[in-house]
Design a protein around this ligand. Structure first.
Ligand code: PLP
Length: 297
């Protein structure tokens, strides 16, 4: 199988990053994960905007060339025998002398991976998944904006914790992180929403969450559908009283949450009779249209 490294196709086992790359030494780099629909990257301009904004903050030179990237991704899918894929685009800071840098980086490495999309049975979108409350807390944002940086230790620790809960593993539950103040934050690789009495709620960015692209598109979709939105600080109490709950990510779109595990310890709370709620359905349908899914009416 192949990766695209600095615009060149290369066998994955032969692709290498120099040991002096500050992406490796200091985690200086960013990435985007998205999917394709019909071979076309979904919401690419938004992903490139998040990436270029982050690179600017980190002093990593980056010029977004959407059209060129789209072509490289098509080529990469083709050589890997995929019609659609899970795409990861990584920008690593590049080589520098050892020690913290006193100036901007000069030559970052660009790496694009394509792999098969996870099997997302349409049944998940109807019956939903459980959500396991985690003890691992969302750490604080790195500065004003939370970057999609190469540091994923917090998320990996959360995933490791999730793997310790037998019931959560068996039911393929999502995990939920709170802030150290006890406010709802986000999933391990997804954002959180809930709907109570027709109002859509989502944690505000100050909770340290990633400003998700799917989150942004869902908020726009809510506006289009006339669903009022409140971004703020919420607790598990709000969640356990919600009419509908769902999580969002570029790969999974909107996944309904139909049971809460560990709220509190040992208890299971059913949400929306174990089925996707009506507002979640409307938001999912509109999201899919906006994301470029062509099998949606
Ligand atoms: N939150 C975290 C921590 C993530 O890693 C991700 C995606 O990987 C998301 C939220 C969802 O972001 P997006 O909608 O941009 O895929």
């Amino acid at each position: 199988k192949y990766v695209m490294m600095n615009g060149q196709l290369i066998e994955t086992t032969k692709a290498a990053i120099p040991v002096m790359d500050h992406g490796f030494l200091y985690g200086m780099g960013l990435f985007e994960t998205f999917r394709t629909y019909g071979g076309k990257p979904s919401l690419l301009s938004r992903h490139l905007q998040r990436l270029s904004q982050g690179c600017e903050e980190l002093g990593i030179p980056f010029r977004a060339e959407e059209h060129k990237l789209e072509m490289l991704i098509r080529e990469l899918l083709e050589v890997n025998g995929l019609s659609d894929g899970y795409i990861r685009y990584t920008v690593s800071a590049g080589e520098e002398i050892l020690g913290l840098p006193s100036a901007d980086y000069r030559e970052p490495s660009h790496l694009i991976f394509a792999k098969e999309l996870p099997v997302l049975d349409e049944a998940w979108y109807i019956k939903g998944k459980p959500l396991q409350l985690l003890k691992t807390m969302r750490n604080t944002p790195e500065g004003e904006i939370r970057y999609k940086s190469l540091h994923y230790m917090n998320n990996i620790l959360a995933k490791r914790e999730l793997m310790q809960y037998k019931r959560a593993v068996q039911s393929q539950a999502e995990g939920l992180m709170l802030t150290k103040e006890g406010h709802l934050a986000e999933g391990i690789v997804s954002n959180l929403f809930f709907i109570t009495k027709g109002v859509l709620y989502t944690p505000e960015l100050s909770t340290g969450i990633l400003p998700g692209i799917t989150r942004a598109v869902v908020l726009e979709a809510a506006g289009d559908l006339g669903i009022p939105v409140v971004k703020g600080l919420f607790t598990t109490q709000h969640l356990s009283q919600a009419d509908e709950i769902f999580m969002t990510s570029s790969i999974q779109e909107l996944i309904p949450i139909t049971a809460l595990l560990g709220f509190p310890e040992g208890e299971v709370i059913q949400v929306q009779d174990g089925k996707m709620g009506p507002n979640t359905r409307r938001l999912l349908d509109l999201y899919r249209k906006k994301a470029g899914r062509e099998d949606v009416e």
